[in-house]
Design a protein around this ligand. Structure first.
Ligand code: NAI
Length: 240
């Protein structure tokens, strides 16, 4: 039980990587608060409680975090995972509204999460924050201007949080998935998926659980010397 009785908050947890990670955490003994805009259609472990949270709304963060502290007394693990692609255009073509929406969810959502949970972790002697970036937070890609910019910013912000709160016992790392078989990929143009898959040396999509296993390590005390780092789980995409 690698997260026995740890209290973990996971965002974007109704499906895909977030859902798989919430389940993986629960298997390892965590008390999981699974937050999302949507409520999932299938039931999960009795160690997982679903709550509604729009990560772009700081007041909702404050309410959700206050509720968790009132019920469980602390938050040991925060997985800032909610994210969207929404727009595939480069800078000259992307509608301004789409730029703002993507930055708001992917970057500001992570900022609000860290901002709200850091004081709680600090008060209770520390914790582990994992933020979902992407291969496109490391490698460049044509088009997808807002997504790539947001994910690169998450990579950098994670190091900033790690260094800023080291003395408080808070670790912070980013995870960088490659092409993972989730509803996000189902919803995108098949040609884009085929193009990324063709550049993925392992020759297949990853599973949400393959990301969850990496996040579990970063969240757990096994990673006690790991902070400000980047865990790339991408079938070799960024090794080229
Ligand atoms: P998904 O679309 O399956 O799940 C994302 C979840 O986030 C959804 O349940 C959605 O309702 C939720 N969400 C969206 N906006 C939200 C908001 N404002 N507040 C709260 N929840 C919100 O996507 P997937 O693939 O599981 O993605 C999870 C993370 O992994 C995202 O940050 C994504 O950018 C990242 N990622 C995914 C990759 C992939 O190939 N699937 C590759 C690299 C990164």
């Amino acid at each position: 039980m690698r997260l026995q009785d740890k209290v973990a908050l996971v965002t974007g947890a109704a499906g895909g990587i977030g859902r798989a990670t919430a389940e993986r955490f629960a298997e390892e003994g965590a008390i999981v608060i699974a937050a999302d805009l949507q409520t999932p259609d299938a039931s999960a472990s009795d160690r997982i409680a679903f709550v509604r949270l729009d990560v772009t709304d700081e007041s909702q963060w404050q309410q959700v975090v206050a509720d968790i502290v009132a019920e469980h007394g602390r938050i040991d693990v925060l997985f800032n995972n909610a994210g969207i692609v929404k727009a595939y255009e480069a800078v000259a073509e992307i509608p301004l509204e789409d730029w703002r929406t993507v930055i708001d969810v992917n970057l500001n959502g992570v900022f609000y999460g860290c901002r709200t949970v850091v004081p709680v972790m600090r008060e209770h002697g520390g914790g582990s924050i994992v933020n979902t970036s992407s291969i496109w937070g490391i490698a460049g890609a044509a088009g997808v201007a807002a997504y790539t910019a947001s994910k690169a910013a998450v990579r950098s912000l994670s190091k900033n949080v790690a260094l800023s709160y080291m003395a408080d016992g808070i670790r912070c790392n980013s995870v960088h998935p490659g092409l993972i078989d989730t509803p996000l990929i189902d919803a995108q143009d098949a040609d884009i998926t085929a193009e990324v898959l063709a550049k993925t040396p392992i020759g297949r999509l990853g599973t949400p659980r393959e990301i969850a296993n990496g996040v579990l390590f970063l969240a757990s005390d096994e990673a006690s010397y790991v902070t400000g780092s980047e865990l790339v789980i991408d079938g070799g995409y960024t090794a080229q």
